[in-house]
Design a protein around this ligand. Structure first.
Ligand code: SAH
Ligand code: SF4
Ligand code: F3S
Length: 464
């Protein structure tokens, strides 16, 4: 079989990163090899995101640019997948004649058939079928196409979402919540660990409800199984919905030595009135109580969050409640977004829309406040020794003489570091190792340090 080249452009969240790997894997047996050169590609697939207007525009502007490439190379096959594909379906083909196929978030398993039909009959295809129960993808030639030097990987453990937050498209474009079977997840992670992966991030829109609907095991029970996998050094997960954060999961941070002491617990707003309009199903007070419990159970835990500013009806007082919540929690870091109207999500119909300029103003205030908090919190780490999982050379090293390495703490902070002397710099051998780094500088988005003289860590136990 002739080898053909596949270029994949991935926009959006970690789930899309995971899905793009699945896309590459299902097409591999048909002779498609991944390429990083758009010009060399025989097929281009874009995996899209619909979470905010901007993400959607990014997809359409990339697709627009492909029209020229297709004129030069009429045999080029172009496919659109992911959340915008699911949302827009056939409209994409109508709008862009150079696109060959559109496939939704549950159609990856059917890609070989779709691509065969295009190659044979030149059909233009739309497949956005959705089921309540998503069939498992089964990869006969497991992991052949993955990059083995990667030490950290995402693993989707559940798909879809049943929460219907008023602003969010995910339930409409990803379907009903659906958990994968624990056996299949464990098998996949064992395979990753065998091929040298040291860290996995378990993905779901709300990991707290893992397995409940299907009567599988609980999320904490799944964590216990992942914690036992040989060769794996660290476990992370995202996202945890505050309304469902259980005591069992809070104590997991204490009980599982490989579980990193970091939780992403998106609050969205600090105002009870707005939380209600958002359909988040918790109050500010309940949220504060849960973060208190987390810190009591695990004092070193890093807590991060998502904030939406300018949700319809958000008045000055509501916004100040959000600033106040950020000040009292003192997050380690956060992502803040301007509310973006989504055609499928119910908030599109809410009155009292906030102007673009006011959203921008509020976003800047949140970012400024958090920046100060992040720096203050990180400053406390100066002179401390932090355990870091090394993932490669730092960005700076790529164009300089100094060999600076990069990794993350269990609390998910980026640490760039050098080694005291040559003996402590074994080169590539550092990648995938847990080592101690002494912190001596705090920058807005990272920490800098030097590898401690006594930094060899033989076991990850108790170091996360
Ligand atoms: N399941 C996760 C979030 C997934 S979406 C959770 O419940 O936390 C990631 C983030 O995008 C959300 O936390 C929210 O802050 C942001 N977001 C989602 N829809 C948005 C919209 N319409 N406008 C702006 N931000 C949005
Ligand atoms: Fe969207 Fe809410 Fe589901 Fe998160 S929990 S994916 S914000 S609907
Ligand atoms: Fe975007 Fe879809 Fe993820 S909308 S954030 S790619 S689930």
């Amino acid at each position: 079989m002739n080898s053909k080249r596949l270029f994949i452009n991935t926009i959006g969240c970690q789930m899309n990163v995971y899905d793009s790997e699945s896309i590459a894997r299902v097409l591999h047996p048909m002779g498609f090899e991944k390429t990083s050169s758009l010009a060399a590609a025989d097929m281009v697939i874009i995996n899209t995101c619909a979470i905010r207007g901007k993400a959607e525009q990014k997809a359409f502007s990339f697709l627009g640019r492909l029209a020229g490439l297709k004129r030069e190379k009429p045999g080029l096959i172009i496919g659109v997948g992911g959340c915008v594909a699911q949302q827009e379906g056939r409209r994409i083909l109508g709008r862009m004649p150079h696109i060959n196929f559109v496939f939704g978030t549950q159609a990856i398993i059917r890609l070989p058939d779709i691509v065969n039909r295009i190659v044979k009959d030149g059909e233009r295809i739309v497949d956005i079928d959705m089921l309540d129960q998503v069939p498992e993808l089964d990869f006969p030639e497991a992991f052949e196409d993955t990059n083995l030097s990667e030490i950290s990987k995402f693993v989707t453990i559940m798909r879809g979402c049943d929460n219907y937050c008023a602003y969010c498209v995910v339930p409409y474009v990803r379907g009903r919540e659906n958990s994968r079977h624990p056996e299949s997840i464990i098998k996949e992670i064992e395979g990753l660990a065998e091929s040298g992966v040291k860290e996995v991030t378990l993905l779901g829109q709300n990991v707290n409800s893992y397995g409940l609907k299907e009567g599988l095991c609980s999320f904490s029970e799944l964590l216990a199984q992942v914690n036992d996998i040989k060769g794996l050094k660290r476990i992370r997960f995202t996202t945890s919905h505050p309304k469902d954060l259980s005591e069992e999961l809070i104590y997991a941070f204490r009980n599982f030595d490989k579980l990193c002491k970091h939780i992403h617990l998106p609050v969205q707003s600090g105002s009870n009135r707005i939380l209600k309009l958002m359909n988040r199903k918790y109050t500010r007070e309940q949220y504060l109580e849960k973060t208190d419990k987390l810190r009591i159970a695990c004092p070193e835990i890093a807590i991060t969050s998502d904030i939406i500013v300018g949700f319809p009806g958000e008045r000055q007082q509501d916004f100040e409640d959000t600033l106040d919540l950020i000040k009292s929690i003192r997050y380690d870091s956060l992502y803040a977004f301007k509310y973006s109207d989504r055609p499928n999500a119910p908030a599109v119909r809410l009155p009292e829309k906030i102007s673009e300029s006011e959203k921008k103003n509020r976003l800047e205030q949140v970012l400024r406040l958090q920046k100060d908090i992040t720096i203050e919190k990180n400053q406390v780490l100066i002179d401390s020794a932090q355990v870091v999982l090394v993932d490669g050379l730092s960005k700076k090293s790529r164009d300089s003489e100094i060999r600076q390495w990069s990794g993350r703490t269990a609390t998910n902070k980026i640490v760039n570091f050098t080694c005291y002397n040559h003996d402590l710099d074994p080169g590539e051998g550092l990648i995938g190792e847990l080592i101690r780094v002494r912190i001596d500088e705090v920058l807005p988005n990272s920490l800098c340090g030097r590898r401690s003289r006594t930094s060899t860590l033989h076991s990850a136990k108790g170091e996360n």
